[in-house]
Design a protein around this ligand. Sequence first.
Ligand code: GDP
Ligand code: IMO
Ligand code: MG
Length: 456
Amino acid sequence: MSFSWSAKDHKSYSNPPSAGLKRPRNDTGNKVTVVLGAQWGDEGKGKVVDLLATESDLVCRCQGGNNAGHTVVVDGKEYDFHLLPSGIINTKSISLIGNGVVIHLPGLFEEGDKNDKKGLKGWEKRLIVSDRAHLVFDFHQVVDGIQETQRQAQEGKNIGTTKKGIGPTYSSKASRTGLRVCDLLGDFNDFSARFRNLVQQYQSMYPSLIADVEAQLKELKEYGERLRPMVRDGVYYMYEALHGPPKKILVEGANAALLDIDFGTYPFVTSSNCTVGGACTGLGIPPLNIGDVFGVSKAYTTRVGIGAFPTEQLNAVGELLQTRGHEVGVTTGRKRRCGWLDLVILRYAHMINGFTAIALTKLDILDVLDEIKVGVAYKVNGKRVPHFPANMEVLHKVDVEYETFPGWKADTSAARKWNDLPAKAQNYIRFVENHIGVPIKWVGVGKSRECMIQMF
Ligand code: GDP
Ligand code: IMO
Ligand code: MG
C-alpha cells in the first residue's frame, strides 16, 4: 500500500524558487515567532504560547516529545499538553507537529481524547503531522526505564528522565535505524520488517527487554490509519505557510536551554536541541524567517530531575517556592527542585538564542518573601568564573554571588499593568532586565490567560 498523500498531488503547492532566480533578502516571506524555555523547563511556555496563539494562524512544535508538559488555563479550565501544540486550543489556528518531534502515537491519541472529553472538540481536524517525524515505540519507553536502572546501578545516579522513550528514540534516529511517520504510512510489510529488526537490536543490547512485537504492530497499523488524514510533507507545508499570503506562525519550544543536548548541563539534559536552532531543523524553517525569539523564565528557578543547580535552596525558601508555586511536574508528578533566579544561566541562554524579549512568569509567587536574592555570578575558590562552565564537576562546585532585594510583601495577582505593581517589584524586574540586556515584555502574576502584564 502506498502513502496516500504526496506534495506532487497537491496543486496549490508552489515550487521553490529556482537557483537562477534572485530573491531579494528582504523578501524572505513570513516571519516566525519562537517561544523558548530559558531555564530548566516549566517556565510557563504553554501560557505564553496560548497568549500569542489567539492571533496565530499556525502553531508548531519543533522538537522533543511527550516529555514536555505545558499548562494552559482558560476560563478556569486547566489543560495540559504534551505532544499537541498548546495552540490547539484556538479553534481558528492550525497546529503542526514538525519533523524534529518524536511521536508516541498511543500518547498522542490518549492526549487528544482526554482533551476532547474536556470540551476541546475537533482537534484532529486542526492538527498536521510531518511525514518526517520519528516514532517513539513502547519498547523505546521500556528501554528508557532500563537505562535509568543501569545508570543507577553503575554510577549510583540516574538522569531522572521522564521515561517517555525520548533518549532511545533520538538514539535510533541518530543511528539511522529509526522509523518515521512516512514509513508507517508506506508499505506496511517493509515497516514491519524494519520494526522487528529494531526490536531485535534493542533486545541484543538489553536482554531483559520483552516486547510483544505482533501486538505492537497491529496497534501501530490502526494508529497509522487514524493518523493518515493529518499527515503532510512538512517541508512543503511550511514553505507554503512562509511564502503564501501573510500568516502569523508561532513555534512552541519544548524543554529548555539548560536541557539542550548541546548547550545544556550535559549529560543531565534531554536529547534534542531546545534552543533556537531546533526551530529551523525541526520544521524546515530557514534562519532568515526567524523573527521574534521570546525567552520564558520564572521569577525564580526550578529543575526536575538530577543535575547541578547552583542557586537551589534546600531550605525553607526552597520549600516555600515549591508549595506556593505548586511546583510539581506536569508529566511525571515529581516535586520540582526550587531556588533563586540565576542570571548567569539566563545570560548564557540569551547568548545562544538571541532573545528579542523575555516573559518573566510567576512573579506573584515571590509576593510573601521578606527578601529576594538573584544569582549574578559564579565563583570557584573565591575567583569569578568567566563562563558558564561546560564541565558539570565545576558547575557543582561553584559558589553563587547574589544581589539581595527587599521583598514587596504585597499581593500582585490582581495587577494588570506596570503601574499596578509595587515599586519594589518594579525595581526587581528592571534589575533582571538590565542584567540580561533583554527587554521584559510580559510579567506573569497568576495562572490564567488574563494574569499577564504586557509592558510594550
Ligand atoms: P511549561 O512547560 O513551560 O509550559 O510550564 P508548565 O506548564 O510545566 O509549568 C508552569 C506552571 O506555572 C503551570 O502550572 C502554570 O499554570 C503556572 N504558571 C504560569 N505562569 C504563571 C504565573 O505567572 N503565576 C503563577 N502563579 N503560575 C503560573
Ligand atoms: P517542558 O516542555 C522540565 C528533564 C527531565 C530529565 C531530563 C531528561 O514541560 O518544559 P527526558 O525524558 O527528556 O530524557 O529527560 O530532562 N525534562 C524536563 N524538565 N520540563 C520539561 O519540559 C522537561 N523535559 C525534559 O526531568 O531531568
Ligand atoms: Mg512543563
